[in-house]
Write a protein that binds this ligand. Sequence first.
Ligand SMILES: Cc1ncc(COP(=O)(O)O)c(C=O)c1O
Length: 403
Amino acid sequence: MSFLANRMTQIVPSPIMAMVARANALAEAGRSIIDLGIGEPDFPTVESAKRAGIAAIENDKTGYTPSAGIRELRQAIVSKFWRENGVAYNLDQIHVAAGGKQAIFNAMLATVDAGDEVIVPAPYWASYPDIVRIAGGTPVILTCHADHGFKLQPEALERAITPRTKWFVLNSPSNPTGAAYSERELRALAAVLLNHPHVHVLADDMYEHLVFGTFQFRTMAWAEPKLYPRTLIVNGVSKAYSMTGWRLGFAGGTSELIRAMNSIQGHSTTHPSSITQAAATAALTGPQDDLPLRRKIFEARRDYIVKRLNAMSHISCTAPEGAFYVYPSVGEALGHVAPGGKVIETDTDLCAYLLEHAGVSTVPGSGFGLSPFIRISYAASERALEEACDRIEAALAALQRSS
Ligand SMILES: Cc1ncc(COP(=O)(O)O)c(C=O)c1O
């Protein structure tokens, strides 16, 4: 009998981490590796946050804070939700945690009982199903196909709802596809949810600032205000302000739910670092001019990578509305033979081939619940992207039809 808890049998090791580990091993062995597997901006943390973090240390703001977070930060989050999303919260409706991931974790632990179902559209951010399982619930995965832009269709949502459905997870713009739901698309999903008052919405808006062209980001509680009382908005500073390592995420919801999430956190990490809280307050209240500049850079990179990929053999890619990922189909590459004789049978095989043969790290769609696709992060410099595209192009061109 294993010493480990039964729940450990349910958790799938992250394919991203496996890819990162192999890429690191190759890099340490002296290979030139271009990392398009990671999910973090390649920009430094915004200046206001850096300075506030340093000041917090110098001014000895280094003791415990309330587990709900410091008042200034919660106030900054209240203002952010109102200013950017048109959603009104009081201070006691705000939760701060060590990353959006922990906020989701706290929400699931606070609400999910054994047998409860959580609807997760696929392709999904790999942590959702595992967080649900750790909390004792059952993830209900709904596949969203490329011909619908990887977006959940209202009829599929309707069919999936049961009396045990507790949450519907809505991640827009999406990791891994970059797909984002328009106001009209949100309303169509909301129309279904209005008929099922027991279903709550977890709106993961982590990439809200990264939407391109004329696309307007909207959050569900704004698009359908009747859902406000049963929506938890999760967001954070990781992607918008390049603060992934600082670990600060936040959520807005009913005061009952937020109290429960604070209570769970009070018995685990207590609160995010006091220094990080000061830095995040400055990021949210300081100058915001980096956001549109960075968005423009990401948009140009998206356009570049989509164009390059579509000019290659065995791969095809639609242009997503947001985030910094593309999710090209690699179905045409399957069944082909790599130099050396290995047959590429899955998207995992293709990613391994691109890493070993071309020195480019990507992540297989199998880790996000939809194959045969790969996720490419374009949070990398223009030079790195160009070089990576050249290498992928050559590697794909080297695949031979199997005889
Ligand atoms: C969709 C999505 N949600 C939440 C997170 C969590 O971000 P963090 O815990 O860094 O705030 C991530 C990070 O990759 C993400 O991609």
